[in-house]
Each structure stands twice: as C-alpha cells, then as structure tokens.
Design a protein around this ligand. Structure first.
Ligand code: FAD
Length: 214
C-alpha cells in the first residue's frame, strides 16, 4: 500500500528516494470516505458507523458527538410511537447528511494525491494579508468550505494564474474544468437530496465504489 501511495505522489517519492525503510510502517489501511444508509425501522447508525470522512478535516469527533446527540433529541420525544419514531430518525439522517456533506467533499478534494498547483496557490494566496478568520472557519464549521473558498476568490485566483508570466494556460484550463465539475457537485449535493448510495460523487477518489447494499 505504501508503494502504491508513493507511485501516486511523485514529489513525495522523490523526497524519500534513498530512504532505508528501517522501521515497520504503521498505518490505518483504508481511510476511504463513505456514507451508509444510517436509519431504518427501529435502528440508527451513529458516528463513524454511518458516515466517515478523511481525518484531514479534523471533524470526525465533532460529527460523531453532534449527530449522536441529535439522534437522541430526535428520537426521545416519540420513542413510544413506532411510526413517529421512524419518521423522526429519517429526518435525523437527512439533517446529518446536509450538515456533513460539504466537509465530506472538502476532505475528498484535500486528499487527492497531487501537487499544489499554481491555481490552488493563487486561490489560497487571496487570503494573504486579510484579517478574516477565513480558513479556520472551515475547521470550526461556522461556514461551509465553498462559502469561504468562494466563486469570487476562485475567479481572482484564476485571473492571477492566467496572467502570470510563463503560465501554462492549457494546464490551468484543464484544471479549471475538473474543479468546475467538483464545484457543481458540491452545490448540487448541498441543495438537492439524493447524492449518495445511487452513484459515485465527482469528488471521490479513483477506484472508489459505493459497494453493494447489504
Ligand atoms: C487516523 C485518524 C485520525 C483522526 N483524527 C481526527 C481528528 O484530529 N479530529 C477529529 O475530530 N476526528 C479525527 N478522527 C476521526 C475520529 O476518530 C472518529 O470520527 C470518531 O472517533 C468516531 O467516533 P465513533 O464513536 O463513531 O467511533 P469509534 O471512536 O471508532 O468508536 C467505536 C468503538 O466501537 C468498538 N467496537 C467495534 N466493534 C465492536 C463490537 N462488535 N463490540 C464492541 N465494541 C466494538 C471499537 O473498538 C471502538 O472503540 C480521526 C480518525 C482517524 C482514523
């Protein structure tokens, strides 16, 4: 698995060239993000059991706590009425998805094994010298990632990259095409239901599969 990761990240492989590999490598082997169907008659899946995203987001515990607590708050008032209870936990699952999807996509995008492109650098560079909390708001979840790294910021970064001396405009536009697909997907799944279990989301890593329903 380590070799496979290195093959996908030439820069890292270059930095590790000649390393002796003296100690055994310890790793969590599969950090693929997922959603599972998380509620049904008389049952719910809480925390990582129902939804997991790459730890780079630093949000797994927050989501396990928050939506564990909300699960109880949804269920408690109707615990003795099976029909109302089933409806309540279905609602609970929907609000969990709405709350966690932006971070899920963000985690998928952040963990693509690729170099930080001039475009990404320019977009992040638009934060330089501002007093706004900006990027830290991603981690404390007071704002959605796509609202912080917003379309105006993307356009400013794009213009800066295209106008830079020696810019590889073909490569930049190819990257824009991919990122545009992701931007549409992120917003689509935020505003419309039905993102998961039916198909693979655009942000998911190559080779990822939704798997078969049990
Ligand atoms: C490498 C890594 C780094 C992370 N870093 C962060 C971070 O910085 N910040 C953050 O917020 N989140 C982070 N997370 C995510 C966070 O750890 C999880 O989202 C969170 O622990 C989920 O809580 P949980 O209670 O749902 O599941 P878990 O914490 O996994 O708890 C499930 C428990 O159930 C037990 N169990 C499983 N099967 C059975 C069974 N059959 N019988 C009895 N017990 C069983 C397991 O042993 C485990 O103790 C990270 C995750 C990983 C993998």
């Amino acid at each position: 698995m380590w070799q496979e990761k290195l093959d996908r990240d030439p820069k890292l492989r270059e930095r590790l060239a000649g390393a002796s590999g003296m100690s055994p490598i310890r790793t969590t082997d599969d950090l693929s993000a997922f959603y599972r169907k998380s509620s049904g008659p008389g049952w719910m899946l809480i925390g990582d059991a129902g939804h997991f995203k790459d730890p780079v987001t630093g949000n797994g515990m927050r989501d396990a706590f928050k939506h564990g607590r909300l699960a109880a708050e949804y269920a408690a008032p109707v615990i003795d009425d099976p029909e109302l209870l089933d409806a309540a936990i279905t609602d609970w699952e929907k609000q969990r998805d709405r709350d966690t999807l932006p971070t899920y996509h963000w985690g998928n995008r952040e963990t693509r094994p690729q170099l930080t492109s001039p475009l990404a650098q320019a977009v992040l560079g638009t934060f330089a010298g501002t007093e706004q909390p900006g990027i830290s708001d991603l981690f404390n979840r007071t704002k959605y990632p796509e609202d912080i790294i917003s379309p105006p910021r993307l356009i400013r970064g794009l213009l800066a990259t295209l106008l830079a001396r020696g810019a590889d405009r073909r490569a930049i536009l190819a990257e824009v095409a991919t990122e545009l697909r992701y931007e549409v997907e992120v917003r689509r799944s935020r505003y419309f239901d039905g993102f998961r279990s039916r198909r693979v989301a655009a942000t998911e890593h190559p080779g990822w599969s939704v798997g078969k329903a049990p």
